[in-house]
Design a protein around this ligand. Structure first.
Ligand code: BGC
Length: 547
């Protein structure tokens, strides 16, 4: 099968997407929480990195039990973030700066405060009675089956009025919508159209494989915990990882819904989707199912590179498994997002490695085949904040503390100005503290230092932009010592060899004689190291040579 390539309006293929977590980006009102005007104010910072698009985490009306991933009105802005007019202004400014805007659609579940759920739970025969996943108890009063919530405890909650259980994959206050009901699909697609008409360029689809459940509500079988599962699937602290999720998610009916979603998007020009797939060992198959054929999602991301492993073996395994499983789809790679520990902290062995690892990681990410997502603050090389229990706001962390500290450590505010209160994020007390060592890494400090992580990001992303090969060119791994990651990227007349040493010791790579080595290419931050046909690398180093 021919490898997918970029077409004229395929801006998303090979794009660099910068994730903004609005609550922690920039506050303009002094209430300690970021807002849409703050994002508008800082769009110049994002544009200066040379990215193609921003992905905004939810800013919709919400009781904020899961920080906005519990929506109570899909077509309005939460007052905490501003107004629809603020959104329109932000969108216009982003477009003026050449940035596409992707918003986060959280449609697998709503908040329990959403009028749809309020109505649905009011009786068994109201017009929305079947809009959520309701089921009778077992004769002994227990839940209908063994499904679990990712955030702890059973995946069912009892409702005294209906005298039934409703299903929730996350918090009790995040009831799961019943996608088997066509009216639900219709209503959700209407909300998607609302934002398309407003001019957004695409959607990040939260938990896209969770939309449907098994109509027969069959029990999930037990599962051997997967030691590589990370983040939301964390099995060591969470019994959720002890099941194979055969029946509570990733149901075959979803494919037809995703086609409907795509058909709607295709009524508009140049719009794109990126789906979040958390599906353990099945993830790649699910990505293949959802992104193949050009009639469903444009791309997906998985949790593969969001774990603790930063070795050549691991990266090779992830990319090769993807290449084998997904021949006709597209991936969005990321090392960080708002759900996992910041990657610098996951990958370093000692604090002094912070800068080096931050630089090496973005260089590696930029050379992979696929689109890439960056998470706010990684361009400063921020580490995971070490918070006290009293500071926590994430219900997932509060529930599993101290075995799992949750996701607040990667959600602390952006440090903008070193000398200002709360590093220029807010004039009031921020919702999460700004760590001391983050203030020292503020944007205004790093901007002035030629070799800072921030300037390295700018230079590296410029390097990626200049080499179209890196967007959608072929990628093939070369035989190498297992500590070394060696691969080629090729498109049209350009063929580049990349060699990464992710270990801490010096290493050498001797390319096969059949490879005609050309001139070494200087990659920002990493000198050329070609000597008599051998590539010599320091620990945590890389090189690029033209072929
Ligand atoms: C989001 C999380 C959220 C969950 C429930 C996820 O995958 O990224 O932040 O808690 O979905 O909506």
């Amino acid at each position: 099968m021919a490898k997918p390539r970029k077409k004229a309006d395929d801006w998303w293929r090979g794009a660099v997407i910068y994730q903004v977590y609005p609550r922690s980006f920039q506050d303009t009102t002094g209430d300690g929480m970021g807002d849409l005007r703050g994002i508008t104010k800082r769009l110049g910072h994002i544009a200066s990195l040379g990215v193609d698009a921003i992905w905004l985490s939810p800013f919709f009306k919400s009781p904020m039990a899961d920080m906005g991933y519990d929506v109570s009105d899909y077509c309005d802005v939460d007052p905490m973030f501003g107004t629809l007019a603020d959104f329109d202004a932000m969108l216009a400014e982003a477009h003026r700066l050449g940035l596409k805007v992707i918003i986060d659609q959280v449609i697998s579940h709503t908040s329990d405060q959403h009028p749809w759920f309020v109505e649905s739970r009011s009786s068994r025969n109201n017009p929305k009675a079947d809009w959520y996943v309701w089921a009778d108890p077992k004769p002994d009063g227990t839940a209908p089956n063994n499904w679990l919530s990712i955030f702890g405890g059973p995946g069912w909650e009892w409702d005294g009025v209906r005298k039934q259980y409703y299903m929730h994959n996350f918090l009790i206050s995040q009831p799961d919508l019943n996608f088997h009901n066509p009216d639900v699909q219709e209503a959700l697609l209407k909300t998607v159209r609302f934002w398309l008409d407003r001019g957004v360029d695409g959607f990040r689809l939260d938990t896209v494989n969770f939309y449907f459940h098994d109509r027969k509500l069959r029990d999930n079988p037990p599962h051997e915990p997967d030691p590589e599962a990370v983040g939301l699937d964390a099995p060591d602290v969470n019994p959720y990882g002890m099941q194979t999720h055969r029946y509570d998610k990733t149901q075959p009916e979803n494919v037809a819904f995703l086609k409907r979603f795509r058909a709607l998007l295709d009524e508009y020009e140049g719009r794109a989707t990126v789906g979040e797939v958390g599906d353990g060992a099945r993830s790649l198959k699910t990505v293949a199912d959802y992104t193949s054929g050009g009639d469903k999602l444009h791309m997906c991301y998985t949790f593969d590179l969001l774990g603790p492993d930063f070795t050549a073996d691991h990266v090779r395994k992830c990319v090769q498994s993807f290449q084998r499983a997904v021949t006709d789809g597209w991936v969005c790679w990321a090392f960080s997002n708002h759900d996992v520990n910041r990657h610098v902290s996951r990958f370093i062995r000692a604090p002094e490695e912070r800068e080096r690892i931050a630089k090496l990681a973005i260089t590696l990410l930029s050379t992979l085949r696929g689109s890439i997502c960056l998470y706010q603050g990684e361009e400063l090389g921020l580490t995971e904040a070490d918070l006290a229990f009293e500071d926590l706001r994430d219900p997932y962390g509060i529930r599993f503390w101290p075995a799992f500290k949750g996701r607040d450590g990667c959600r602390t505010p952006m440090p903008w100005q070193h000398g200002e209160a709360h590093a220029g994020f807010s004039t009031g007390k921020p919702w999460l503290p700004v760590p001391q060592d983050h203030a020292r890494l503020a944007v205004d400090v790093q901007e002035k230092i030629a070799g800072s992580v921030f300037n390295h990001y700018r230079a590296t992303l410029a390097f990626r932009r200049e080499h179209e090969t890196l967007h959608d060119g072929d990628m093939s791994f070369l035989h190498s010592n297992h500590d070394i990651l060696a691969f080629t990227r090729e498109k049209g007349g350009e063929k580049l060899l990349f060699v990464f040493n992710l270990t801490h010791e010096k290493a050498e790579f001797v390319p096969a004689k059949s490879l005609k080595l050309g001139a070494p290419l200087s990659v920002p931050g990493f000198g050329a190291k070609l000597k008599d046909g051998t590539i010599e690398l320091d620990g945590l180093d890389m090189a690029c040579v033209r072929l």
